[in-house]
Design a protein around this ligand. Structure first.
Ligand SMILES: [Zn+2]
Ligand SMILES: [Zn+2]
Length: 358
């Protein structure tokens, strides 16, 4: 038997004892060292099921429906390997690319597996998740960690991969200036990926003081509180008319507007904030000034799953990605609801990333 946190529905996350997951011949079993609580988990907890498949509507790829094991940002040590697995051995420190893809749709065929029409994720819509003592995942989704970093740091590789992918999608070049709207975990990952890619100035617009402080620690050159000062005005005047690249990591009207208007003519806006909110924009803010908006979703998956994950791991090794600054709390699995989810949802919270350590 093992302990695992199951999501049953809104405000209903239960730590339960279940049978050990069975190991298929292409899978590995991981003793979880740490699993980060993500904004996606909080969204499911508050107003799901959204990315988790509701009862009676099993996921087409995995057949899983509520209750599901939660937690998709995890790392640990391999404790068993399936008969056909050659890439990993018992004792290896690893992290997980949680995206399970169909390898069958048009987008998988084009090599854009993160756009897979029937993607599932460990920890949302598959048999295993990271808020558990053990997880069983396909070896294709497993990425090795070096000995030089603590194994629990591997739990941050997934959000860093999101930031890295966003910077790659933006086309940001060495010497560019950038602004990031929103410095939650993904915004902070983008700041670090942008600096690693050679951005000279990285502005961060964020109302919470504790998050602005961490943004500065991890490489933001200027932080500002958009509830206190006019972010657009300030950024435009500091950059001779606007930054080269803006990242929108919130997903609401004011940050979209600000992201567009604080970007130079001909500049690039990359949208990362997951949101179903309606946002209005003025066509001429794009058309006559030739600004471009694109979206960025997750990271490379499928056969190339390791690519951006390995790059993120390298940045952890070299210190370009600062894990300690991101981790604001660690809780035991049994304390996941009060010490983890509720703590992060507290509007007064100064937390960024809480690790659950089963
Ligand atoms: Zn996440
Ligand atoms: Zn597909």
């Amino acid at each position: 038997m093992m302990r695992v946190a199951h999501y049953h529905g809104p405000d209903d996350l239960r730590v339960e004892s279940v049978d050990e997951p069975t190991l298929s011949e292409t899978a590995v079993r991981i003793d979880v060292a740490a699993c980060g609580i993500c904004g996606t988990d909080l969204h499911e907890y508050e107003s799901g099921p959204d990315l988790t498949p509701n009862e009676g509507e099993p996921h087409p790829l995995t057949g899983v429906s509520l209750p599901v094991p939660l937690g998709h940002e995890f790392s640990g040590t391999v404790s068993a390997v399936g008969d056909k697995v050659t890439a990993f051995s018992v004792g290896d420190a690893v992290t997980v690319n949680p995206a399970v893809v169909c390898n069958d749709c048009r987008y998988c065929a084009e090599g854009r597996h993160n756009l897979c029409e029937s993607v599932a994720n460990y920890g949302l819509s598959a048999q295993s998740g990271g808020f558990a003592e053990h997880a069983v995942v396909d070896a294709e989704n497993v990425v090795a960690l070096p000995d030089s970093i603590p194994v629990e740091y591997g739990a941050l590789v997934e959000p860093f991969a999101v930031g890295l992918h966003a910077v790659r999608r933006s086309g940001l070049q060495a010497g560019d200036t950038a602004v990031v709207f929103g410095s939650g975990p993904i915004g902070l990952a983008i700041v670090q990926a942008a600096r690693a890619a050679g951005a000279t100035d990285v502005f961060v617009s964020e109302p919470r003081a504790a998050r602005r402080k961490i943004a500065t620690e991890v490489g933001a050159t200027t932080t500002l509180d958009p509830t206190e000062i006019d972010a657009i005005e300030m950024i435009r005047s500091a950059t001779n008319g606007g930054v080269d690249v803006a990242f929108e990591a919130v997903g609401i009207q004011p940050t979209y507007e600000a992201a567009i208007e604080s970007t130079k003519r001909g500049g690039q806006i990359t949208a990362v904030g997951i949101s179903t909110n309606e946002v209005e924009l003025v066509p001429n803010d794009l058309v006559v000034v030739e600004r471009t908006i694109n979206g960025s979703n997750g990271y490379l998956s499928g056969p190339r799953a390791a690519e951006e994950f390995e790059a993120a791991v390298r940045y952890l090794e070299t210190g370009e990605f600062d894990v300690e600054a991101m981790i604001t709390g660690r809780v035991a699995l049994d304390d996941i609801v009060n010490g983890g989810f509720e703590a992060l949802l507290d509007p007064e919270s100064n937390h960024v990333k809480i690790l659950v350590e089963p």
